[in-house]
Design a protein around this ligand. Structure first.
Ligand code: ZN
Ligand code: ZN
Length: 394
């Protein structure tokens, strides 16, 4: 049987992020959440006790005067702290060397960076915590969060539009002054590269772009899984369709470059985890292919032998295969991929045995390609063949 790869059918909850209104609600229960040291939402009563640190930081206690001084600074400054990344090329200045910090707990060692926080004296005088709470949710260092980017407080959370970040450090003066040092996780469309065909719907790209944000902007936690593309045969290694995931990183500070993605198929592009890929059963080949590319190959004009779609060698005027378009895909179709020739005359639908998987979906009982000619309505079926070695896939 053709080996296939795509997210399984079991549905997981979108995330554990809590309702925005709940996040906004004052934390009026007096029972502390275990380990939750501080609540970024203001307590309704000024009698709320001082946060109990879960980590005993080795830092001097602030005097009342110092506390009042810092509080006044935090209250009058909209963005009280800034993180300045130090490019690798820049020589360290002796004077500020002691304030340069290295962070190496990012997803990928290549993202390691040196940075400074300004004003450092105020930041370092805030107490460090391992966790903070939003509504009833306790969030720890290393976890990922949704960050509001507007003051919109009504209606359901638009998960897609929310910013996403990983919490790296938590510091607070008191319950009303809780700050998080975060590293942003970008959506592909938020980066210069833009969204490509291989990006998954819920793909996030970790960066080493750091920021310090007010914990009040946090809208709850999300789970972001790491997808290791090389774990081919373990379906659990793949993200579910409704699961945030990351597989490669963007070095924002030093090289402005992306880490490598695995390239597959004749088109040498990465896999989109939301779309099916299949592998060749021929042991000498074993290549993975996009079903989409199989559909596209089926509507390209045949070469003389009627099968191979690779352009002939030599001959300057290589005829470019006519353009292929993506027709509207009926989500109820049993086809796993569909493509039309540029003139719209031919449409190919690829069916793979046992697919598509999903609740209440009718599955195909064999592998085949159905090519429909819109001119005369005639349909012909073809075997699904490997795009590399032409052997039938089933
Ligand atoms: Zn391909
Ligand atoms: Zn093959």
């Amino acid at each position: 049987m053709t080996r296939t790869k795509r997210p399984g059918g079991s549905k997981k909850r979108k995330s554990e992020a809590i309702d925005e209104r709940a996040a906004k609600r004052p934390n009026n229960t007096s029972e502390p959440i275990q380990n939750a040291a501080i609540a970024p939402t203001p307590p309704p009563e000024p009698t709320a006790s001082a946060p109990a640190p879960v980590q005993s930081p080795a830092q001097p206690k602030l005097s009342d005067a110092d506390t009042a001084h810092i509080k006044a600074y935090l209250d009058r400054t909209e963005r009280p702290f800034a993180v300045l990344a130090i490019p690798a090329s820049k020589k360290r200045k002796r004077s500020s060397a002691s304030h340069q910090l290295i962070h190496d707990d990012l997803y990928d060692p290549r993202l390691t960076l040196q940075y400074e926080i300004k004003p450092f004296d105020k930041w370092s005088s805030l107490r460090k915590y391992k966790k903070f709470s939003v509504g009833s949710e306790s969030i720890g260092c290393g976890e990922c969060v949704l960050v509001k980017h507007t003051d919109e407080t009504t209606g359901p959370i638009d998960y897609d539009a929310q910013w996403k970040a990983r919490v790296l450090e938590i510091r607070a003066l008191d319950q009303e002054h809780v700050y998080l040092r975060v590293a942003w996780l970008n959506r592909p469309e938020d980066l210069e590269i833009g969204r490509k065909r291989y990006h998954g719907k819920l793909e996030l790209i970790p960066t080493n772009q750091l920021d310090i944000i007010d914990a009040m902007a946090v809208n709850g936690r999300i789970d972001v899984m790491h997808w290791d593309e090389l774990l081919d045969d373990d379906p659990k290694a793949m993200p579910e369709e409704d699961q945030y995931f990351w597989r490669y990183t963007y070095d924002f500070v030093h090289t402005k470059s992306y880490s490598k993605l695995r390239e597959i198929c004749v088109c040498k592009t990465p896999q989109n985890p939301d779309e099916l890929i299949v592998s060749c059963e021929n042991n000498d080949c074993g290549q993975w292919m996009h079903t989409k590319c199989i559909a596209e190959a089926a509507v390209k004009p045949p070469t003389t032998n009627g099968t191979a779609k690779t352009p002939q060698k030599g001959g300057k005027a290589k005829k470019r295969a006519s353009k292929v378009t993506t027709p509207t895909f009926n989500p109820d179709s049993r086809a796993v991929a569909i493509a039309s020739s540029g003139d719209g005359e031919l449409t190919a639908e690829v069916f793979i045995k046992g697919q598509p998987k999903g609740p209440n979906m009718e599955v195909s009982d064999k592998d085949e390609i159905v090519v429909t000619n819109s001119g005369d309505g005639v349909k012909r079926t073809e075997a699904v063949r490997c795009l590399f070695c032409q052997s039938p896939l089933a």
